[in-house]
Design a protein around this ligand. Structure first.
Ligand SMILES: [Zn+2]
Length: 677
């Protein structure tokens, strides 16, 4: 699950676009498959003018970051003045959206460059820009006058009734971002809110750092023959993970017990973090942190989330039990004297069962999934569903940060150019090892009636093509590619009036719907058969192999989902009403009710639950997105995954709105889907 959200700008959630000069130049587009199967051609760039990163001329050198940043801050000042001096109306929202645009004009771009550019000087310059803009955002958070200009609009029922639904929603979203800083409170309370926010920044960082910290133990405490599986450090053994796939039971057990051994300091950090979050939510007027976090989402409130998770549990119950039975049989085979399935066995045993039942060795599949073939498959799918083509365009000199980055123009058969996707697909040692979608520029309606085209980056970590072979994808990589392209198409086909709600900038529990839906396409023979060809022989991938792959994914699927449900419930309870018991006691209780494998004494898994920071009270999002995606699949594409009419319906009812429409209205209105209330 990875739509990149810059943490730095969370406070006001001002989102940015970068000004890209997409000049009218003559471009040559080439077929997408060929472009991705070939190695990048190094062109002599000595005589070509450097157009700057993403075509921003100033960014042809690192000094340019300061220039664009200065300009953005000047524009911000003017727009703040305008917002405060104009009578409330639609223009207030427009000004806020422009302000958000101008202030962060460079922030999203810089946020991306600071993690992705191979040159440390660029990363450093971008990082500085991020910090400076962050400081300005914090100042705006406490600008009472600015907040008042928006509040005047929201308080005026007559004016609000005249606004179109998208404008109204965006006004509310901006206000919601303001609220958490306590700006609407009296002076004393506001100070308290600021203090809590400062404390939380610190606690978040502390917890995140601690989550990944290894634990160590005296060598003598462990049997000698397993030392080799861990990092040796003098007279200590360091354990930095769960070693969940280790075939040796004992290695998994020891890793589990030691990596999850409770750390007093971390325990305190977590308790304090949850208490601070609760205090802040209450101070700004909510019942609990979860109530605050869920406002504006598909679920809307904690009750709906809990009902949804309970319903899912009930539905899966029989299958989950069968899955655990199967694991037990497998463990008995390996270890007849100790057949009880423990939490450290779950991922390993399900992997073994999958491999034993279905021969799905990735190398059998990858020759059929060359990157070029997969890109052709996506192109053909989008053409059939939406009338949209992916066309490869040669980037100009200086436009991209690494020479193997490809640029795709997304072109509609009648509407023309829809936006750009930069594909940073190949592994580099210094780039984040997570597959991710970055919004570089959001779409929005400009004053002159033109539409500002969205620009995104997709980041993957695929092996580079060689002289003799193109990049070959394992089935899991192919599924990831489809998933991330689902995010990209959400960005490309969104046509919101405001960039604040462009494409993937929507409710967290809706954000994964378009991407998970693409996983259904990636698992359907009718789709796969259109593109999966052996890169040497041209032979199609046999249907039986696709069927085997799909069946294998179902193995232990219920137990895997149940584990996610348990995590999601834990996250809800932690962020609900404060309880008089410890976080470990809560975990024990929830594990017993919602998982199925026993709690192991003297462990505290919650101290490794890093998603509590970024997804606080929203960890359920992925499960809910999956439920909606499965519903869209069944209603629109199950019968015919290449149906244009249903493709258009899906685009019109969901993708086009980005975050500009209340998610439940999209789901209920377009697809007759209801959540348990
Ligand atoms: Zn995702």
């Amino acid at each position: 699950m990875s739509v990149y959200n810059p943490l730095l700008l969370r406070l006001l959630r001002v989102r940015s676009r970068a000004v890209l000069r997409l000049g009218r130049k003559v471009t040559t587009w080439s077929p997408v498959g060929a472009a991705f199967n070939a190695q990048a051609v190094r062109r002599p760039e000595l005589f070509n003018k450097n157009v700057g990163l993403f075509g921003v001329p100033e960014l042809s050198s690192t000094e340019g970051f300061e220039v664009v940043q200065k300009r953005a801050l000047q524009e911000t000042e003017q727009l703040v003045e305008k917002a405060c001096s104009t009578p409330p109306g639609a223009v207030t929202v427009e000004t806020f959206d422009k302000l958000s645009d101008s202030l962060c004009r460079v922030a999203d771009l810089a946020d991306f460059i600071k993690v992705a550019h191979p040159d440390p000087q660029y990363r450093e310059a971008a990082e500085k820009t991020c910090i400076n803009i962050g400081t300005t955002v914090e100042k705006l958070n406490t600008n009472v006058e600015l907040c008042k200009s928006l509040k005047d609009l929201l308080d005026n029922k007559e004016l609000m009734a005249k606004l179109d639904p998208e404008t109204r929603r965006v006004a509310e979203l901006f206000m919601f971002d303001f609220e958490i800083s306590g700006i609407h409170l009296d002076k004393k309370q506001r100070k308290e809110a600021v203090n809590l926010n400062v404390q939380l920044l610190d606690l978040n960082n502390q917890f995140l750092m601690g989550c990944h910290m290894p634990n160590r133990i005296d060598k003598k405490a462990l049997p000698k023959h397993i030392h080799q599986h861990f990092t040796n450090e003098g007279s200590y053994i360091q354990i930095g993970g769960l070693h969940a796939d280790a075939p040796d039971d004992l290695v998994r057990e020891i890793a589990y017990r030691i990596f999850l051994y409770p750390n007093e300091e971390m325990m305190g950090t977590l308790e304090e973090l949850l208490s601070c979050r609760n205090k802040l939510a209450k101070l700004v007027g909510y019942e609990s942190f979860a109530h605050r976090a869920l406002k504006g989402t598909m679920a809307k409130n904690p009750d709906t989330v809990m009902n949804f998770l309970q319903l899912l549990t009930d539905k899966l119950k029989d299958r989950t039990e069968k899955d655990f039975e199967m694991m037990k049989d497998m463990k008995t085979k390996f270890n007849p004297r100790n057949p009880a399935v423990m939490p450290w066995d779950h991922p390993y045993l399900s992997g073994v069962i999958r491999a034993e039942r279905f021969n799905i060795e990735p190398s059998l599949y990858s020759p059929y999934f060359s990157l070029g073939a997969c890109m052709e498959g996506l192109n053909s799918l989008f053409t059939q569903l939406f009338g949209v083509s992916l066309l490869s365009e040669q980037p100009s000199a200086g436009e991209v940060w690494n020479e193997d980055v490809r640029k795709l123009a997304v072109v509609h058969e009648t509407e023309g150019l829809m936006g750009y996707i930069y594909c940073d697909f190949f592994y580099r040692p210094d780039k984040p090892h997570q597959d991710c979608h970055f919004t570089i520029r959001g779409g929005r309606l400009l004053d002159d009636g033109q539409y500002q085209l969205p620009v995104v980056v997709l980041m993957l970590n695929l092996p580079s093509p060689t002289r003799s072979a193109p990049t070959l994808l394992t089935p899991a990589m192919m599924e990831n590619l489809f998933h991330e392209m689902g995010h990209a198409m959400h960005s490309m086909l969104g046509r919101t009036r405001y960039q604040h709600v462009t494409g993937t900038r929507c409710a967290t529990d809706f954000a994964e719907v378009p991407s998970i839906l693409m996983e259904y396409f990636a698992a359907d023979y009718r789709v796969i058969n259109q593109f999966a060809r052996h890169y040497q022989t041209g032979q199609p991938l046999p249907q039986s192999m696709v069927a085997r792959l799909c069946e294998s994914k179902k193995v232990c699927g219920a137990a895997d989902t149940q584990l996610q449900i348990f995590y999601a419930i834990l996250d809800q309870v932690y962020h609900g009403k404060p309880q008089s018991r410890s976080t470990t006691d809560i975990l024990m209780d929830m594990q017993q009710k919602y998982y199925g494998l026993p709690y192991v004494p003297n462990t505290a898994w919650q101290l490794r639950f890093s998603h509590l920071i970024g997804y606080g009270a929203k960890y359920y999002s992925y499960l809910m997105s999956r439920a909606v995606a499965s519903m869209v699949w069944r209603q629109c594409f199950h019968k015919d995954p290449l149906n244009r009419e249903n493709g258009e319906r899906y685009r019109r009812e969901m993708l086009a709105h980005g975050g500009g429409k209340e998610p439940m209205l999209m789901v209920e209105g377009g697809f007759s889907f209801t959540l348990p209330h």
